[in-house]
Design a protein around this ligand. Structure first.
Ligand code: ZN
Length: 313
């Protein structure tokens, strides 16, 4: 339908539902000074949250929405090697996404069991969502079909390459520890979430968290560390995408204070997001390999740190 005609511009759109009064989605405009049609359809966006190996492929989970289709659930498809292997509608319950994007409903998630061709080797799988015929890639991941002498054993080394709404949860205090550093880590996560345009930590709200926080006494020599479960050889069906962040009470107790703990947590979450150490001045980065800078802590993560994270997602 034509919904606006002014100053010799002609704009057309689509009634989004069967009834008058349903939202109109603007398709684009002809502008009076030339003959060109400019589409205003905005591409969809979203993420892969988790990708977990199964006996026949992987389960893949995330969410997607489109800016000018707030009342619509989007179709999506999974491609392996450029070919579509599965497709469905993004309509599963994700209250965290609804909370993060007011105006959309809580049903913008997807969760799909995907079967893949039995071809040995490492393969790339991507998810695309569809907004009015415009497909956007939400992210990709890799998996490996492992072959034995007897044939195919199954899927291993499943690793999403994009990391998105990052589920984040507390594994509690162990290893003889007495202090729970999860509140500190949650503050650090909020620092990253509020500054980054690409990553959003969601506390304990997904059943497949990407970052687990453990508090305890883990030996001397470090205040915290982060391990990447994609690094090792993983068997069939194991989750190979989560990070384990350890906050070490033993080290922090030597002269424990809340600013050191917070700087440690911001630094370790930087590792969890994919950053390596950078030996630049404390004013430039929280990702130094050692030392603390209470005077710079209010600015951590720095603009540069956030740019480095955002460039990865
Ligand atoms: Zn480090």
């Amino acid at each position: 339908m034509v919904f606006s005609q002014a100053n010799s511009n002609l704009c057309i759109g689509i009634n989004s539902g069967a009834n008058w009064g349903d939202p109109i989605i603007q398709w684009g405009c002809y502008f009076g000074d030339n003959q060109h049609f400019t589409s205003s359809i905005q591409p969809s966006f979203g993420v892969i949250d988790t990708m977990v190996g199964t006996d026949v492929g992987f389960d893949i989970q995330g969410w997607t929405l489109a800016p000018n289709a707030s009342s619509y659930q989007l179709g999506y498809q999974v491609l392996v090697g450029g070919s579509v292997v599965s497709s469905s509608l993004a309509n599963t319950y994700r209250p965290d996404v609804g909370a993060a994007f007011p105006g959309y409903s809580d049903y913008r998630g997807y969760d799909l069991a995907v079967s893949v061709p039995l071809i040995a080797g490492v393969h790339t799988a991507c998810v695309q969502s569809n907004s009015f015929g415009v497909f956007s890639t939400l992210g990709c991941g890799t998996y490996k079909w492992v072959q034995s002498n007897n044939g195919f054993l199954g899927i291993g080394d499943v690793c999403p390459m994009t990391k998105p709404t990052i589920g984040f949860y507390d594994e509690g205090v162990g290893s003889g520890g007495t202090v729970n550093f999860f509140p500190t880590a949650a503050t650090a996560a909020l620092r990253w979430s509020s500054k980054s345009t690409k990553v959003l930590f969601v506390q304990g709200s997904t059943n497949k968290p990407r970052v687990r926080v453990r508090s305890g006494k883990f030996g001397s020599g470090f205040t915290g560390d982060t391990s990447n479960s994609c690094a090792g050889p993983w068997g069939i069906g194991l989750v190979a995408s989560s990070k384990v962040l350890r906050m070490n009470e033993q080290m922090l107790n030597n002269d424990i204070n809340s600013t050191q703990a917070l700087e440690t947590a911001i630094h370790e979450l930087g590792h969890a997001l994919g950053l390596d150490h950078r030996n630049d001045p404390p004013s430039q980065t929280v990702m130094r390999s050692s030392g603390f800078s209470p005077v710079d802590l209010p600015n951590y993560p720095t603009v540069s740190d956030v740019q480095n994270v955002d460039s990865k997602y």
